[in-house]
Design a protein around this ligand. Sequence first.
Ligand code: NAD
Length: 255
Amino acid sequence: MGLMEGKRGLIFGVANDKRIAWGIARQLREQGATLGFTYLNGAVEKRVRPLAESLGSDLILSCDVASDEEIAAVFKEVEKQWGKIDFIVHSVAFADRDDLKRPFSQTSRTGFQLAMDISAYSLISITNAAMPVLKEGGSIVALTYLGAIRAIPNYNVMGVAKAALEASTRYLAAELGEKNIRVNAISAGPIKTLAASGIGQFKEKLKIMDERAPLRRTVTQDEVGKSAVYLLSDLASGVTGEIHYADAGYNITGA
Ligand code: NAD
């Protein structure tokens, strides 16, 4: 029997089959989970729908996480169709490319607000809206990166947003533990996705992984997915508020 058998959950952030969220979805499904998906807009829907259906999903909903109304509508629909859920994956982030290119001290006010809103605040808003369907407790996982705790070249405003996301993970975990809702984050190693290529010198980051990470390579989407299975399943029933590193060990040796 799979580790996720009998569990239902929602994944925010699949946009195509290269995304980390897709590796997570595949691994969760392999362990027996029933999955629902959200997508940003119509253009993304065209790619997400066939992927979601290939994993047997029929709950595929539109959601721009910048909108509390859209987030509320998602959970209303989840309640209508499923009644309750057991887990949520937050694999959403965004920053304006211009803000990532400029020196960090020149980050714009609007760019700062945008990165914070989409990449960090959305976790709080989603968790709050999900409370009525997390009826028997549950597990929430968000995706973060080492740039939250170290000044990684070119990660800039996204690093600040990830720091806020990691702090939000701890505050949500502290508040919701008494409801048996666990909240954790996975700090993934660099993986070549479309968004990642917006970060300057991304290729160099991958090369450094080959040289300095204990495993002498970076991780795959599916390896991050296996960490998500652990945190979302009963294997991690005693774990909350944790930043779990799925980065081939780079955080302990990387300069
Ligand atoms: P990604 O950064 O492209 O994923 C971001 C997702 O967010 C996309 O599916 C996009 O459609 C969605 N999104 C953006 N704005 C949105 C909005 N307003 N509403 C709803 N959805 C929106 O691809 P990824 O690299 O797979 O990243 C997934 C997560 O993993 C992100 O949180 C990212 O920061 C994190 N992460 C990525 C890496 C990496 O190297 N790729 C490493 C560590 C952590």
